[in-house]
Design a protein around this ligand. Structure first.
Ligand SMILES: Cc1cc2nc3c(=O)[nH]c(=O)nc-3n(C[C@H](O)[C@H](O)[C@H](O)COP(=O)(O)OP(=O)(O)OC[C@H]3O[C@@H](n4cnc5c(N)ncnc54)[C@H](O)[C@@H]3O)c2cc1C
Length: 462
């Protein structure tokens, strides 16, 4: 597996140079992206006398990364349109994906800096302590936020509530329009700008398009940008759990033989379940050969199996939500940009949720890209200029690669039940736990406040 990873990295580096240097020049002058089948007949649209409007930037994908980017740009006065094929009403319902997100301290600063935290923070439960343990081993790792500063290590929030806040705030920004649900028929990228044609025959013109359309990004595929990718032999069960005793704002990560089991503190339930009002979010990753049996359990059987993973420290437990299963994989785009196009969030990189960092990487992409674009616009430059886009790629690629490699390594190291491997990782946990500078180092990385940070992540204005 390690050899395969090293091999993939080498291929990625080679392909980056190859694609950026050669194909970009060969095909880069005019790029037409038909994001559906090549056989689509668009000529009928031109007969409808399309309504055309001009904005400065188009964001494709109104997920958490896309909407955060749109807000960041709009907060600095940029005219932006966001297009999503899904109905925003559906994306805000509890039944959409059931997931929660651990928003790292650095990401919370970004959201605060662009006026979004008030709407999101009200639903957020602070993580003050993280406890990492290896199945039933006595070795553990304990992170206390006070060792790293005043901020909590992060916050746990339901994805639907983050989306609700993002859409709600958009209503009061006159320079941010959300066009959804709406299918894109075609995107044309040229020397001086881009044109997006929607299936309802509306046309948008802009300087640049940002692809925030998730891990299967149609824009990335249409631009011919390859990805390094593989699937893990694991899926994550996700649900909310009601419990008797308080979680005391502690996040637990327990490494079980089938995969990591995370129990994340949430705000109390408005309506207790079976009289239990305390609540945690569960991300239970299991090997795929066990997934069908666990998925097919009834609620009582599932809760009992969950109870064995949790242990008894929370007292009585009960399911507080439906349950979802998410197959897990890794993908990393060979490059993040093309002519007047930049990939952001999962469209550029998607990772295993073992460290709860996927969206946090996306939010750091947003902070860096918004800073470059806003600075360029203040100087009167074209915001789709290739230099700006390549600065973005240079800025973000190392951090994203480092986290991708780290989470992949951790997943492989901790999803392995061989005795020598267990011994090595338990010693590692104990060693880090015994060394305050190392603990602080890991905590600051988990908080996303290390490295060449954009202004928003440093807590400064955009
Ligand atoms: C089980 C699990 C737990 C996780 N926990 C955490 C965590 O604790 N912390 C963390 O930081 N990350 C976590 N992640 C990762 C995180 O959920 C993702 O990184 C994040 O949701 C990606 O956001 P995004 O906006 O880039 O993409 P998406 O959420 O995939 O959004 C993409 C949007 O684009 C739209 N779209 C797609 N195609 C088109 C198209 N052709 N035209 C128009 N619109 C389109 C979609 O409708 C969607 O709204 C977790 C992931 C999993 C699977």
């Amino acid at each position: 597996m390690r050899l395969q990873f090293a091999y993939n990295l080498t291929i990625e580096i080679f392909l980056s140079i190859f694609w950026a240097g050669c194909l970009g020049r060969l095909f880069g002058r005019i790029c037409r992206m038909d994001i559906h089948s090549a056989s689509r007949n668009l000529s009928s649209m031109s007969k409808v006398n399309p309504q055309t409007q001009t904005v400065e930037a188009v964001v494709v994908g109104a997920g958490m990364a896309g909407m955060t980017l749109a807000h960041a740009l709009a907060s600095a006065g940029i005219e932006v349109a966001v297009i999503d094929r899904a109905d925003p009403g559906m994306l805000q319902t509890a039944s959409h994906d059931g997931r929660t997100t651990a928003i790292a301290a650095g990401s919370a600063r970004v959201l605060r800096g662009i006026g979004l935290w008030d709407g999101i923070g009200v639903h957020a439960c602070p993580i003050e302590t993280i406890r990492v343990s290896d199945n039933d081993s006595l070795m553990f790792l304990h992170f206390d936020h006070r060792e790293a500063g005043d901020d909590p290590l992060g916050h746990i929030i339901e994805n639907r509530l983050i989306r609700q806040a993002l859409y709600h705030r958009a209503e009061s920004r006159t320079n941010l329009q959300l066009i959804a649900p709406s299918e894109i028929a075609e995107i044309e990228r040229g020397e001086s700008g881009i044109t997006v044609r929607l299936e309802n025959s509306e046309v948008l013109r802009a300087r640049v398009v940002f692809a925030c359309d998730g891990r299967n990004s149609a824009l990335r595929k249409a631009a011919g940008i390859p990805v390094t990718e593989w699937r893990y032999d694991q899926s994550s069960f996700v649900c909310a759990l009601a419990h008797e005793r308080s979680h005391q704002n502690i996040a637990h990560e327990r490494f079980l033989p089938g995969g990591p089991f995370a129990l994340l503190p949430m705000t109390d339930l408005a309506e207790p379940v079976n009289g239990l009002r305390h609540q945690s979010s569960v991300v239970w990753s299991e090997s795929n050969d066990l997934v069908p049996a666990i998925r097919d359990m009834d609620d009582a059987g599932f809760t009992e199996a969950l109870g064995r993973c949790v242990g008894g420290f929370l007292g009585q437990i009960a399911l507080a939500s439906p349950r979802w299963v998410h197959p897990l994989g890794l993908s990393h785009a060979i490059r993040y940009t093309d002519q007047r196009l930049a990939l952001v969030g999962d469209a550029a990189h998607a990772i295993h949720p073992i460290a709860g960092q996927g969206l946090n990487m996306g939010i750091r992409d947003v902070a860096a890209l918004a800073e470059l674009v806003v600075d360029a616009r203040r100087l009167g430059r074209d915001i789709g200029d290739p230099d700006i886009l390549s600065d973005y790629e240079r800025w973000r690629r190392a951090d994203n690669m480092m986290l991708t490699v780290t989470t992949d390594g951790l997943t492989r190291l901790f999803s392995n039940d061989l005795a020598p491997v267990r011994a090595v990782r338990d010693l590692g946990l104990a060693a880090v736990n015994a060394a305050p500078p190392l603990r602080k180092f890991f905590m600051r990385h988990a908080m996303g406040v290390v490295g060449d940070l954009p202004r928003l992540v440093r807590g400064e204005a955009l």
